[in-house]
Design a protein around this ligand. Structure first.
Ligand code: NAP
Ligand code: MG
Length: 521
């Protein structure tokens, strides 16, 4: 008998659109108009399948023009968060007994529907978080990939698991779900990470509360609607937007919460980890925390590198989506022998970057996500101007949207603040290294360890970097961003998080526990 998994086509990544096809361009233009016509729509909480409008709302603004309200999401009170936990606890009793086949089928249907509505989702991301067309499509393609990948993974884990045979006994090991989880995603991969963490949890048999980022609650509301549309039963995914500090702590600390799946900043991740470690009265387990956090990612350019290729890789990694990727290159560590050439060429390359409303396809960079990001990044730019030599950018563009120039600061000390702290914006520090030893030392000198890249033509340097460059995702002669589901399982070391390797074969294990059963023959 062939298993379900064998009858399903092997996983393949969605191809990200480059919008060279006029049909794609027309479809995206139409989607932008259609999504714009729905600006200001209200999105309720969803608890046990019931839609609940609250008086208090979270306003999702278009960072390219914050006078435009993309949507208004209801904001859960503490009481509503508690009732969502009750709903998830009740739903778990039946959801945990549904087969992996049935659970996976919901994800396959959701992927198909998202694929059909791809441009609408792309357009929403362009407005809600300021992604260029290509970046928005990459995010949605990744969301679809996660649904397809985790569905297959759930089927794989549902197959008989290998245990060593022993005479006189029949033994088996099965993976069972954990219980009720809190899913807390960031805004920067508002489609992919939100959908991926939610899908992984439910396909493994858990029920969840999804607390989206307040900057990207509308796309999460769309996704929750889509799951209901494909038939995911009530109570399996409960949608509770709200302030992290008001309901976040309550959910994380609650004794009925079994696990927390978080992606976001180091500060919030550590706070959640600490809170979850404290046992609440009535709590029967040690909570499991998966926390994927910040980065301070380096691209090392060795003296023997193809400088033009390195310039291109650094520019794209540093300024794609305005540098607001956990994998963004925020430090170029460049060998002294090619330093001046690199800086000069990078300056020329960055000068070609277009900045403006991302709804206009001509713009490579859009706005940063909100006013507080604009403020904190601007502060870092001022610090950077003192810590190094400004060679490009350094200011705001216009007064309406949250636009910043791509900013490059050279001659930065490896221990300077802009070398060490996550800025999460379009700011790149260039650091000069005496030689390759020095470059490797600098590459490992932060508390983070997420992504990194090395440009070199020397095999022995590649071999050394494999040993020494301490990051969860290491690349050679390519950009440090753009991990593909299944191809580049993703997660970082040290203060970059728990190295969950999203989009990899170990990921679903984080949402399950194994039960071994032995029967005397
Ligand atoms: P953030 O400010 O830490 O927020 C992340 C999520 O946590 C949001 O949903 C936020 O809700 C919520 N939250 C805030 N306080 C909370 C609390 N006390 N309890 C529970 N939840 C709480 O991060 P962000 O600005 O959204 O995202 C950017 C960060 O994510 C960067 O540091 C980036 O490097 C990191 N990131 C890491 C990865 C990775 O794979 N390692 C991937 C993407 C992003 P509110 O919005 O309502 O505050
Ligand atoms: Mg917004």
């Amino acid at each position: 008998m062939t298993s379900t998994l064998e009858r399903i086509a092997p996983f393949q990544n969605e191809v990200i659109k480059n919008f060279q096809d006029p049909a794609d361009v027309a479809a995206m233009e139409a989607a932008l108009a259609s999504v714009k016509s729905r600006f200001g729509a209200h999105y309720p909480l969803v608890i046990d399948g019931q839609k609940i409008e609250t008086e208090k709302k979270i306003r999702s603004l278009n960072p390219a023009d914050p006078s435009q309200v993309v949507g208004l999401t209801s904001s859960a009170s503490k009481e509503q968060a508690l009732s969502a936990i009750d709903a998830a606890v009740r739903a778990f009793e039946t959801w945990k007994k549904t087969s992996a086949q049935e659970r996976a089928a919901y994800l396959f249907k959701a992927a198909a529907l998202m694929r059909e509505r791809r441009f609408e989702y792309d357009a929403l991301l362009t407005y809600e978080v300021g992604k260029s067309w290509g970046e928005a499509d990459g995010d949605i393609a990744e969301a679809i990939d996660f649904l397809e990948f985790y569905a297959r993974e759930a089927l794989r884990y549902a197959q008989p698991q290998p245990v060593v045979p022993i005479a006189g006994e029949q033994n088996e090991l099965v993976y069972i779900p954990l219980g009720v989880g809190a899913i807390i995603p960031p805004w920067n991969f508002a489609g992919a990470i939100m959908a991926g963490m939610t899908a992984a949890a439910i396909v493994s048999g858990n029920t969840v509360l999804l607390k989206p980022s307040s900057d990207s609650a509308v796309i999460a509301a769309w996704f929750v609607d889509l799951l209901a549309e494909v038939g995911v039963p009530n109570g399996v995914v409960n949608f509770v937007p709200g302030s992290g500090s008001v309901i976040g702590d309550l959910i994380v600390a609650h004794p009925q919460i079994r696990f927390i799946s978080f992606t976001g900043s180091k500060e919030v991740g550590l706070h959640i980890n600490e809170l979850a470690a404290k046992t609440a009265p009535g709590q029967k387990w040690i909570k499991r925390v998966v926390a994927e956090m910040g980065g301070k990612d380096s691209i090392v350019v060795a003296g023997d590198a193809d400088v033009d290729a390195a310039v291109e890789g650094v520019a794209i990694s540093a300024f794609g989506f305005q540098g607001q990727k956990c994998s963004a290159c925020s430090r170029a560590i460049v060998d002294a022998s090619i330093y001046d050439e690199f800086v000069e060429k990078l300056k020329g390359r960055v000068a070609k970057i277009t900045v403006g409303d991302p709804a206009d396809r001509a713009n490579y960079m859009g706005p940063v996500v909100n006013e507080s990001a604009l403020k904190s990044i601007s502060e870092y730019i001022e610090i950077g101007k003192k810590e190094g030599r400004l060679i490009h950018g350094g200011g705001r563009i216009g007064e309406t949207g949250y636009f910043l120039e791509p900013t490059v600061i050279a001659d930065v000390d490896p221990m300077a603040r802009i070398s060490q702290e996550e800025i999460f914006g379009p700011v790149l520090a260039i650091i000069k290294a005496d030689d390759f030893d020095h470059a490797m030392e600098i590459a490992n000198n932060t508390e983070f360890g997420l992504t990194g890249s090395l440009y070199t033509s020397d095999e022995s340097k590649i071999a050394r970097a494999k040993e020494e460059f301490f990051v969860g995702n290491l690349y050679f002669n390519r950009k440090s961003t753009g991990a593909f589901v299944g191809v580049h399982p993703f997660g970082g070391f040290n203060m970059s998080g728990t190295d969950s390797k999203a989009g990899g074969r170990d990921y679903l294990l984080l949402f399950m526990q194994a039960k071994t059963m032995s029967r005397k023959a």
